[in-house]
Ligand binder design. Structure first.
Ligand code: PLP
Length: 302
């Protein structure tokens, strides 16, 4: 990695330490930004970005949902992401594209306010320290947002007030992470992760009606599982299923595939990462490292 790190900001590279904004910036005050979370992995052919197009598309769609004019195309964004990883000489890293109202005017309205787009890439390891042995979860007292309050399908900064409340509540209570239920009491997702359960050899995951962010890792796990002949049910999931399932795991760009070994102080299965969870975790790690030809199209080499 070179000595200096750079941030891509509105078409130019600026020093990492100079990629700053005014304290009154609209998106800092009101959470009016949108963002993405993407990973690049070290492969035999250098760094490769996992599902770049899908992440760039979700970024553009998040902007459309909140009514933000990005001023750049999906293609421009993909180029900006690739050039940021390249410029910083990174291999495995986390990439954070961020679009925000770069305007220090106090008014709430975003109309006429300047939009800035930044791309930051930083070295990143496991999101959960005890990822390998599995994590403990607590069903949150906070409900997952729904489309009549905030847009769950957009990766909008403001949505994460909900995620942060749930996550911090769980951590303060001694758990590793929260699980949020939807307004109607069905299982939704983690604060920054989708959830899968294993029941009688089948994979079960909440459908979009449960107000989830439609995760790209979730989609990858569904496609990989189906291609391996596993049955996957996308449907509404009762809270009871969290307590009676055989295995459970989170998926996400940061979390990758993280086993859940207890929920509300009850063991999931025998309290250890289950066989299907381990098999899928190994499989996805081969895929992201470019060691599985079937999914070569999911990697964009830097
Ligand atoms: C609320 C929420 N759900 C699910 C996910 C998982 O999505 P992905 O697999 O696309 O990272 C994330 C992370 O992006 C998230 O923030």
């Amino acid at each position: 990695m070179p000595d200096k790190q750079y941030v891509w900001m509105d078409g130019e590279f600026v020093d990492f330490s100079k990629a700053n904004v005014h304290v009154l910036t609209h998106s800092l005050q009101y959470g009016s930004g949108i963002f993405e979370g993407i990973r690049a992995y070290e492969t035999g052919k250098g760094a490769a970005i996992f599902r770049l197009k899908e992440h760039a598309k979700r970024f553009v769609n998040s902007a459309r949902i909140v009514g933000m004019d990005l001023g750049i195309s999906q293609k421009d964004l993909e180029e900006a992401i690739l050039s940021t990883v390249r410029k910083n000489g990174l291999m495995g890293c986390y990439i954070r594209p961020f679009a925000f109202y770069n305007d220090a005017n106090i008014g709430l309205s975003t109309i006429g306010k300047r939009v800035s787009v930044a791309v930051v890439a930083v070295p990143f390891g496991n999101y959960f320290a005890n990822k390998e042995k599995g994590i403990s979860c607590k069903v949150s007292s906070w409900q997952r947002i729904n489309s009549s309050v905030l847009p769950p399908e957009a990766k909008a900064s403001g949505n994460y007030s909900n995620s942060i409340l749930a996550s911090v509540e769980a951590k303060r209570a001694g758990f590793d992470e929260a699980i949020l239920l939807s307004q109607s009491g069905y299982v939704a997702e983690g604060p920054g992760e989708n959830i899968f359960l294993v029941e009688d050899g089948k994979l079960v995951t909440p459908s979009k009606e449960a107000d989830i962010l439609i995760g790209i890792t979730r989609d990858s796990v569904i496609k990989i599982s189906e291609s391996m002949g596993l049955e996957v049910e996308e449907r509404m999931v009762h809270r009871e299923e969290l307590y009676a399932c055989d295995e459970a795991f989170f998926t996400g760009t940061a979390a990758e595939l993280t086993p859940i070994t207890s929920i509300d102080l009850r063991k999931v299965g025998n309290g250890k990462p289950g066989p299907l969870t381990k098999m899928l975790s190994d499989k996805i790690s081969m895929v992201v490292q470019g060691k599985d030809r079937e999914y070569a199209q999911w990697l964009t080499y830097v």
